[in-house]
Design a protein around this ligand. Structure first.
Ligand code: FMN
Length: 343
């Protein structure tokens, strides 16, 4: 056990050695609270972070979470079955859970180590989560959301910057958000999310005071998640500048998101047509609605390919286990090299 690296990650950031010369593990408040080997969490992506991917992330020493998405019960039951009893959590979009609270019962029957609630008020669900023996992880993107999560008694916070793929608030980027949330959260550990896709990102998050990272886009580009060849081709070819934030899909397709939210997505012509117009007459909405529902599911010139700013760092579709292994190794190397700045 070594402790050459120190940061604020909910305390120290010991980098453990397996006895050989090179350290092999990073231990933080996140790994200790969740009882996992590596401070890497699978972000709960609806329709993407299914049971198979969540189980693969947990098997590799991270923390896999099934994305409960918009709380469709058939989908949730199917993905829980696909996890085949693996030690995984479930993450919900809280304002959807408000419409379908029984989804939480289904998740809790699994005996999950933790439940993540993002985008809404977590307080109505706290006692059920606690009674089931699970930890509460709250997604936050603003000082008000941090305060609400702490009031609810969150065990861990996921701070999601605007760099992130998928829905969220467009206000503050990950680099500025993490230390601000860490300072506000006091002793509650913070997980960094948004644009993190390699070991340098994990190392940087730890140096900013986070206890680990939650990654969406990097795991979207994994063997266990990929849904079609077109998606794989695009995820490995695109970069950060090919993404943009938009609310076109919320308006044209729904469901409606609370005010102040939009999402980061591949910047297709469909998205550009919408974002470039300040006003949206009914005819435009009808036209885009028709184009959307007439398109194929894998036609990302129309359909959304939600993705974050870490896309430049993704050049191949890998198994989740290989992704975790490479990220931990690179983070350890980066943290070791950080000492080189000191004289
Ligand atoms: C395809 C996709 C779907 C997502 N779906 C959800 C979701 O259903 N619920 C949620 O809380 N966050 C969702 N997110 C956001 C993630 O939880 C996470 O915060 C984000 O992916 C982190 O940024 P990154 O994609 O740059 O790693 C989604 C993100 C992506 C890319």
């Amino acid at each position: 056990m070594g402790s050459a690296q120190r940061g604020r990650s909910g305390g120290n950031v010991p980098v453990e050695s397996d006895g050989a010369a090179r350290p092999s593990k990073i231990t933080t408040a996140l790994t200790e609270l969740l009882g996992i080997d590596h401070p890497i969490v699978l972000a709960p992506m609806g329709d993407v972070a299914g049971g198979r991917l969540a189980a693969a992330v947990s098997a590799a020493g991270g923390f896999g979470q099934i994305g409960g998405g918009y709380c469709e019960l058939d989908y949730l039951n199917r993905e829980i079955d696909l996890a085949e009893g693996a030690r995984v959590g479930v993450g919900f979009i809280t304002f959807s859970l408000d419409q379908e609270p029984s989804a939480l019962d289904i998740a809790l029957e699994l005996g999950p180590p933790a439940i993540q609630l993002s985008f809404g008020d977590p307080r109505p669900y706290v006692s059920r989560i606690r009674d089931a023996g699970a930890l509460l992880i709250c997604g936050v993107q603003s000082p008000e959301e941090v305060d609400l999560a702490l009031e609810a008694g969150a065990d861990l916070l996921v701070a999601q910057g605007r760099d992130a793929g998928g829905h969220g608030r467009p206000d503050v980027g990950t680099m500025g958000l993490i230390p601000s949330v860490v300072d506000r959260a006091g002793s509650t550990p913070v997980i960094a999310a948004g644009g993190i896709a390699d070991g340098r990102g994990l190392a940087a998050a730890l140096m900013l005071g986070a206890a680990g990272v939650a990654m969406g886009t990097r795991f979207l580009a994994s063997v266990e998640a990929i849904s079609n060849p077109n998606e794989a081709r695009m995820l490995t070819a695109l970069g950060a500048f090919d993404t943009v934030r938009t609310d076109v899909y919320d308006v044209v397709r729904g469901p409606v998101w609370p005010e102040g939210h939009d999402g980061r997505v591949y910047r297709s012509r469909f998205v550009d047509d919408w974002n470039s117009e300040p006003a949206h007459p009914d005819e435009q909405i009808t036209d885009l609605h028709d184009r959307y529902f007439e398109s194929r599911e894998d036609d990302y010139s129309v359909r959304p390919l939600w993705a974050g700013e870490g896309l430049d760092l993704i050049s191949s579709i890998e198994p989740a286990g290989a992704i975790i292994e490479a990220i931990v190794a690179q983070a350890i190397e980066t943290l070791g090299g950080a000492g080189g700045y000191l004289c």
